[in-house]
Design a protein around this ligand. Structure first.
Ligand SMILES: Cc1ncc(COP(=O)(O)O)c(C=O)c1O
Length: 369
């Protein structure tokens, strides 16, 4: 049985006609940039996120960048970021000319460890960027307390955790400006690049609108050196079709994760996902850890099972960041995660039979050492 790492069929087969209708609506309406679809999606996604405002942005990286830029984070500022994040979080800090300050994650949740943040705060610190990695909410209560005590901005990277919560409050609603991605494989995915920023601050929302549209509020009048970083009208129309189904797809992801959790407990040296008290997980990825990661991955590949490594090289060891002067050993938790993590197939609609097939192959791997 061939099982790819990701498949859209469980979502897309059901909504084919609605997506076609959404396409035709945009096509016939003939208003292709910043129109009714973007306006409507922004309202819906703000509602979903329990925030007053949502601004549609071209993609997740641009949303992270514009969040920092709108908060006037720039040269001379330091921004605290987890040492095991996807590169985009760090790139956004570089784009505004600030300095990324890496803080090691909690070894069980893989999210920013609130108890380690205080030691990284200096007079130059301007913001903290918690990343809700793999779909689990960070422990946002303690992070917000710390930020408030030190007068720091919080910019959540919510690319992987649409709908996750901490103590009942949804991700994307905690920070001052929060970025998300609707890259196709995300829990809520467009049919191309797309992203958004959520905020409760009216002035900030206005500034983000202006910055994403050439620095202009009134056509041909430019008040800042802005960008073209707008959410596309077509992608907004597709996202409007998908958003009402997101909770149902999240439930499917959680059921699959539970099946893996049951099937794989006490298997070899596997470390399974752990969710912190108070946090929920929407399983963008089901990430296991093993010292035999590369062998296990090769075994699964040979048996037709797709897997992915999130992520093989932590940001501080990327060639792009060699100027920061970090070396192997500087962030041992991030490095260990990079060497041992493996994500198993998971998508809404992945059948119990297929999950069982993955589970039994992993068990077979460990029963033939
Ligand atoms: C944690 C995280 N942050 C940021 C991004 C960037 O989003 P995008 O690909 O839409 O630029 C991604 C996804 O690619 C991500 O997983």
């Amino acid at each position: 049985m061939k099982i790819p790492y990701v498949s859209f069929s469980g979502m897309h087969d059901d909504i084919r006609e609605d997506m076609n209708r959404a396409f035709l609506e945009v096509y016939d309406n003939a208003w292709y940039v910043l129109g009714k679809q973007v306006d409507e999606f922004e309202q819906l996604y703000a509602g979903f996120s329990s925030t007053s405002y949502c601004k549609g942005i071209s993609n997740g990286l641009d949303a992270l960048f514009l969040s920092l830029k709108a908060l006037d984070v720039g040269p001379g500022d330091e921004v605290i970021v987890p040492s095991n994040t996807y590169i985009a979080t760090v790139l956004a800090i570089s784009y505004v000319g600030a300095q990324p300050i890496f803080v090691e994650p909690d070894k069980r949740t893989y999210n920013l460890d609130p108890s380690k943040i205080a030691a990284a705060i200096t007079p130059k610190t301007k913001a903290i960027m918690p990343v809700h990695l793999y779909g689990q909410s960070c422990e946002m209560g303690p992070i917000m307390d710390l930020a408030n005590q030190h007068g720091l901005f919080v910019v959540e990277d919510n690319a992987q955790a649409h709908g996750a919560t901490y103590q009942g409050k949804i991700t994307g609603a905690w920070g001052h400006a929060n970025a998300t991605s609707f890259y196709p494989a995300k829990n809520l995915g467009a049919l191309g690049d797309a992203g958004a920023i959520t905020t409760n601050d009216a002035a900030l929302a206005d500034k983000i609108s202006m910055l994403r549209n050439y620095g202009s509020k009134k056509k041909y009048y430019n008040e800042a050196i802005g960008h073209n970083m707008r959410l596309d009208e077509l992608q907004a129309a597709f996202l409007k079709v998908k958003l009402p189904r997101l909770n149902q797809w999240t439930q499917s992801r959680c059921q699959i994760a539970e099946s893996y959790q049951r099937g794989l407990q006490h298997t070899g040296d596997l470390v399974l996902p752990y969710t912190a008290p108070g946090a929920t997980h929407v399983y963008h990825a089901y990430v296991i850890r093993t010292n035999r990661r590369d062998e296990l991955m090769a075994y699964l590949t040979a048996n037709g099972i797709g897997t992915i490594i999130h992520y093989p090289v932590p940001p501080h060891l990327q060639q792009a960041y060699q100027d920061l002067g970090y070396q192997k050993g500087d962030f041992p938790i991030a490095e260990e995660l990079a060497a041992t993590s493996l994500s198993l197939p998971l998508w809404p609609g992945l059948s119990e039979e297929k999950v069982n097939e993955v589970v039994s192959l992993v068990q077979q791997f460990y029963s033939n050492p």
